[in-house]
Ligand binder design. Structure first.
Ligand code: PRX
Length: 629
């Protein structure tokens, strides 16, 4: 079939189209209705059907392929490598599930997972899915304040964590940050399960903290059956940054997500049962949820979970894994490729990469040089794909599993099945003509797999995502884009205050709030500035309360260091600004709105845009001055 027809069916008759796709997964009870869109913009998928993500990812394959590899755990940080078959994975998941049940965790309870890239993190996610608990994975790079906000929003009964992570051979503490977060948070989880990797000493709180290894011993032979869930029950909440300082809990269902992943694994990623998938992301991000843990396993593939840097012990590490495990499909981010590009190319040529069929890149704009370099180095197609935490799977790409659509450099492709994508003029809401810049929006109903709502806050879901245009109710991606004359889309960056640092999505407002907590900062603006390696970096412009503190170079550097340390401590080093500049004025409109876009433009050497409403133009001169200096 050609993709145009396939796509048309998905839009013209979503009921039939998705009922067909739903056959890619196992159902315990068939659904009554594929789609219920009677209360827009909320969409229900596979109403009345019962299924389970863990069953589809694990149990389903145990019967016929129990001894084949399922989870391949590789850590170049601790020099460990272990392959779990589907049967072994099932046993580990049941042990974890049994421990969770012994702590009173049941269907609908939240479990917060704050873990490094270790196999137990995948066991924990799958164990939640198995018993109908709702997981909320928090990226290990986040520190206590970020963690506390999420604890207070998700109100988990249980937290699963570890002593430490490791990066570049250095241990990174997790447990003390977790303890601090629980101290700060209003909500106190009843229990904490701790995996002791022996990397760092841990204090244990009596009555609350449980040693995973000891508990596992008690449940070695646990047999925990799958809890069948109605398709629209919640599977997980994953927090992501937006325009306000308070992260949004992206809430996902069970059945729609399982079908969307199975469908994308087949049509976009062309994964086949028995092959190996390697995504270099982290379980703390949406890519880790969809394409490290659930997607590949649902497709019956083995999945590699990798803890370590792409260049340690050397830049050949990923390619060694591709060779050893005969990886067919690999998923990474442009930033990682830009890091590899700086390394000698020999590392790639050393390994037999003949198993590899394609490399998928997402998370940030893919520049042409990076794309061409890696395509020619690997000799396989490089497939850009554009999506968001909110959607769970690609919005734009090319579906090579349906038709061999050519890619176009600089473009992530065209709308995938189920997504009615449009580009609207920011102020008029009119549909843009070809090659005219506008906001990328999606007409409802969103396809299966996309967020159901903002966790605990339907109004925020509607107000944030669906109320940006007076003319019609559409989902806003908050990205600028254009569509060319042939239907290829191009993404031109965010319309809001979200920045993308090395593929990590961060909110500038959160960083500003963190910096404002420094006693000598009265006001601050954080913007994302173009960076050759990381795509963007955060840069802060702060007004000190006491200007004398920065009168000398030493004083200025000291305050800059202190501000960075505040961010490290509260949000985590991922959010640390690359530079902190001090000014006495910030550019604002007369109504007091910070002109972040103008600051960003100046830093990137562009025109600051329309300044008719600026309060004090001298502020821009200051920005220019400090940045130049
Ligand atoms: O701005 C877009 C950018 O990353 C944002 C979503 O980030 P996150 O929620 O972390 O989800 C990442 C899932 C891959 C988008 O709003 N983005 C993502 N993919 C691309 C991209 N920008 C350009 N090209 C892409 N392929």
């Amino acid at each position: 079939m050609n993709f145009a027809d396939f796509y048309r069916q998905s839009i013209d008759d979503p009921q039939t189209f998705w009922a067909n796709e739903a056959r890619l997964i196992d159902w315990h009870k068939p659904f009554d209705q594929a789609m219920d869109y009677s209360r827009p913009p909320f969409t229900k998928w596979f109403v009345g059907g019962e299924t389970n993500l863990c069953h589809n990812a694990v149990d389903r394959w145990v019967a016929t392929r129990g001894d084949e590899p399922a989870l391949i755990m590789v850590s170049t940080e601790t020099d460990t490598e272990k392959v779990y078959s589907f049967r072994e994975l099932q046993a580990e998941v049941m042990r974890m599930a049994a421990i969770m049940r012994s702590l009173g965790v049941t269907r609908g309870d939240r479990v917060l997972i704050y873990m490094p890239m270790i196999a137990e993190a995948a066991f924990a996610m799958l164990a939640c899915a198995r018993i109908g608990a709702i997981h909320s994975v928090v990226f290990g790079g986040f520190a206590s304040n970020s963690l506390a906000t999420r604890i207070d929003d998700a109100k988990p009964k249980l937290v699963i964590s570890a002593d430490a992570g490791s990066r570049g051979g250095k241990s990174v503490a997790y447990k003390p940050l977790l303890d601090q977060a629980i101290d700060i948070a209003q909500h106190k989880p009843a229990h904490v399960i701790l995996v002791d990797r022996g990397l760092m000493p841990m204090e244990r709180k009596a009555g609350r903290d449980i040693d995973y290894a000891a508990a596992r011993e008690r449940y070695l032979h646990a047999d925990v059956p799958v809890t069948w869930l109605e398709s629209n029950e919640m599977s997980y909440v994953l927090y992501t940054s937006g325009t306000t300082g308070k992260p949004k809990g992206v809430q996902r269902d069970v059945g729609g997500y399982a079908v969307a992943l199975a469908s994308s694994m087949r049509h976009i990623f062309c994964g086949k049962v028995g092959e190996t998938y390697f995504s270099t992301s982290d379980i703390g991000w949406v890519v880790g949820h969809s394409y490290i843990v659930y997607g590949p396993l649902i497709a019956g593939m083995a999945t590699i979970m990798y803890e370590g840097l792409p260049i340690r012990p050397d830049a050949g590490i990923w390619w060694r894994l591709v060779e050893k495990y005969k990886v067919t499909r690999m998923f990474s981010a442009p930033t990682a490729v830009r890091v590899l590009k700086k390394q000698p190319p020999e590392f790639m040529r050393k390994y037999d990469l003949s198993s590899l069929k394609a490399l998928y890149l997402a998370g940030e704009p893919l520049d042409e040089t990076t794309s061409e370099w890696i395509a020619s180095a690997l000799g396989v197609p490089v497939i850009d794909n554009y999506w968001q935490t909110e959607t769970g799977w690609p919005i734009l790409s090319v579906a090579k599993g349906v038709e061999d659509t050519p890619t176009r450099l600089g473009s992530p492709g065209m709308p995938m099945h189920g997504y009615k994508v449009k580009i609207l003029n920011e102020s008029t809401g009119a549909v843009c003509s070809a090659n005219e810049k506008g906001v990328v929006v999606i007409e409802g109903p969103l396809p299966p797999g996309c967020m159901q709502t903002v966790y605990g806050d339907d109004a925020r879901f509607v107000n944030t995502y669906w109320s940006n245009f007076a003319s019609e109710q559409v989902y806003s991606t908050f990205d600028w884009g254009i569509r060319d004359q042939d239907g290829y889309y191009f993404i031109l960056g965010r319309t809001d205050d979200v920045i993308n640092v090395a593929g990590h999505r961060l909110g500038t407002r959160e960083i500003e709030e963190s910096i404002s907590s420094h006693p000598n900062v009265s006001e601050v603006a954080v913007v994302g500035i173009e960076d050759k390696l990381k795509g963007q970096v955060a840069v802060a412009f702060a007004i000190p309360k006491n200007a004398e503190a920065i009168a000398t170079t030493e004083g200025r550097l000291a305050l800059e260091g202190e501000v960075m340390a505040v961010v490290d401590k509260s949000l985590g080093s991922v959010a640390r600004p690359a530079r902190v500049y001090f000014v006495t004025l910030l550019p604002k409109t007369r109504s007091g709105k910070l002109l972040r876009r103008s600051i960003q433009a100046i830093c990137e050497g562009r025109d600051p845009g329309d300044l008719t409403t600026i309060e004090d133009p001298a502020s821009l001169e200051q920005i220019r001055g400090v940045v130049k200096g």
